[in-house]
Design a protein around this ligand. Structure first.
Ligand SMILES: Cc1cc2nc3c(=O)[nH]c(=O)nc-3n(C[C@H](O)[C@H](O)[C@H](O)COP(=O)(O)OP(=O)(O)OC[C@H]3O[C@@H](n4cnc5c(N)ncnc54)[C@H](O)[C@@H]3O)c2cc1C
Length: 483
């Protein structure tokens, strides 16, 4: 009896392998265990097992891979830093893994990177050269994944969104062509790339504007940082103080929220209010600016101990405190939503719900509710001159209920909690007029396309461009879909 002919996917190693560069590799995935052990990602939520993973090394590999996959009608997803919940595909398809595509080319006031580079890798390559770049607030997150959706991060108050700082990109299109995209080359696609970029093509290279470290307000590339914790009895005063700061100064940014920490002597977990503050300027100016918070007597009794004294840290360590939250594995998801201000009674309600959720589901103690506080003046100023597909320049504060649990049976309670807190954040007191403002990078996956891209007009323009550039929806058919 004749053996059945192999499907293209079964034949991928023999068929695609020889077309890749010497270091490019194609791995067939035989079972879930091998996949989970070899190819980790930030969250196991929603995670599927593909038929193969293709680890590419060069732009040439990327092009060969896309041509092979499209000509064999094999669906695929592109994985950069692996922090997206929807960067997943089942047995019907493959993952293109960019973890070996990280070349960096420095220019006088810009930098060109391959699409697999991670945030901290880029920061630490530029820092010794006396340069910095607008990038995300978490070192392990992929530069391309974060910037293509818009890109929030510590320096947006000084220089605009990450995507506002893209000068050009090289993109493999659905037609299998490698093209340049910039203000002057394919400008419509350039508009779409900066906010909805993962939906239009395979971005293989990006060029970003860089800045001298002196824009961080110090001679030595250092910045001011402080981590503080308070008990719930100060919650109302804290929220008042945070609102009072106004966050219109590009030099100041911070994260505030509710987390659980383990006590020093035992494994007992306790909820606390946490703030991580950064200031790009002299210590005296930082202490003056943050006085309303610093004067609220934080305590230092819990482990890990918060810094008792403010310190100056080299800028390349700005994301160091976020390391625990970027750890791969476990079930995690975000229910992000944009708000205009923090409601004092609203934050108390969220605290109550959060502490109740963790006390009844201790497996989920690493869950958190965080808000990101930056000045958005610059983001708005840039947007007035140069519109991009990023829709939510009007949002003042991004609020992030983050679920994290290890036992899949916690899922229903966790989802209920995430939904409820997201709903609370839409209360009138938070100032968003009952509207959901969803940033695609912080989405849970059930947000509508209008909530994600802000208006019917913007969605219509994106849909038109999708028809033009990716009519078969080969790239980034994320939720919510543009179709
Ligand atoms: C702990 C944590 C911290 C975060 N901090 C920030 C932050 O500070 N600022 C911020 O803006 N966001 C932040 N995010 C959100 C993050 O930017 C998104 O999850 C982003 O999609 C992750 O990018 P990635 O490359 O790591 O993930 P991936 O899962 O690899 O990619 C995400 C999506 O982009 C697509 N994609 C990736 N690379 C390409 C490419 N080269 N061409 C085309 N499509 C591509 C993927 O197919 C996938 O759909 C954070 C997320 C987490 C989990």
């Amino acid at each position: 009896m004749m053996a059945a002919a192999k499907t293209p996917l079964e034949d991928i190693v023999e068929s695609l392998g020889p077309r890749l560069s010497s270091k490019g590799q194609t791995y067939l995935i035989s079972d879930t265990k091998t996949f989970s052990e070899t190819f980790t990602s930030w969250s196991d939520f929603n995670k599927k097992v593909p038929s193969a993973v293709i680890k590419i090394h060069t732009v040439g590999d990327a092009l060969e891979t896309v041509l092979w996959l499209t000509s064999n009608s094999v669906p695929f997803v592109i994985k950069a830093g692996g922090h997206g919940n929807f960067c997943t595909i089942g047995k019907e398809g493959v993952i293109i893994d960019l973890s070996n595509m990280k070349r960096v080319t420095l220019h006088e006031d810009s930098v060109t990177v391959e699409a697999g580079i991670l945030t901290d890798e880029l920061i630490s390559t530029l820092y010794p050269q006396g340069r910095c770049v607008v990038s995300g607030g978490c070192g392990g997150v992929g530069v391309s994944g974060s910037c293509l959706a818009g890109g929030l991060g510590p320096l947006i108050g000084l220089h605009g969104l990450i995507s506002d700082n893209i000068l050009s990109a090289r993109v493999i299109t659905a037609a299998g062509e490698l093209i340049e995209v910039s203000k002057t080359k394919n400008p419509d696609l350039f508009w779409a790339l900066r906010g909805a970029g993962m939906r239009f093509g395979f971005v293989v290279e990006l060029t970003f504007r860089t800045y001298p470290l002196s824009t961080l307000g110090s001679d030595d590339g250092s910045i001011w940082e402080m981590t503080l914790m308070w008990g719930e009895e100060q919650l109302e005063d804290l929220v008042e103080a945070l609102n009072g700061l106004g966050w219109t100064k590009g030099e100041a940014m911070g994260y505030f929220g509710f987390v659980h920490v383990k006590e020093k002597e035992s494994d007992k977990i306790s909820p606390v209010c946490l703030a991580i503050l950064h200031y790009f300027g002299p210590t005296s100016a930082a202490e003056e600016y943050f006085k309303p918070l610093l004067s609220l007597s934080p305590f230092h009794a819990l482990s890990p101990p918060p810094q008792a004294q403010p310190v100056r840290i080299p800028y390349n360590l700005i994301n160091a405190l976020q390391v625990p939250s970027q750890k791969h594995g476990g079930f995690k998801s975000l229910f992000g939503v944009g708000v205009q201000r923090l409601s004092v009674p609203g934050m108390r309600k969220i605290w109550d719900r959060y502490t109740q959720f963790v006390s009844t589901n201790p497996d989920a103690y690493q869950s958190a509710v965080l808000v990101e506080l930056f000045s958005v003046e610059k983001v708005r100023e840039v947007g007035r001159k140069d519109d991009t597909a990023f829709p939510h320049r009007d949002v003042n504060i991004w609020a992030l209920p983050q679920l994290w649990y290890n036992d899949p049976s916690t899922e229903p309670a966790a989802t209920k909690f995430g939904n409820e807190v997201r709903k609370m954040l839409q209360d009138e007191d938070f100032g968003s007029g009952g509207k959901v403002k969803a940033y695609v990078n912080f989405n849970r996956g059930d947000e509508s396309i209008i909530d994600t891209y802000g208006s019917k007009e913007r969605v219509a323009r994106l849909q038109e461009l999708k028809k033009e550039w990716d009519p078969r929806s080969l790239f980034g058919d994320l939720v919510p879909s543009l179709k």
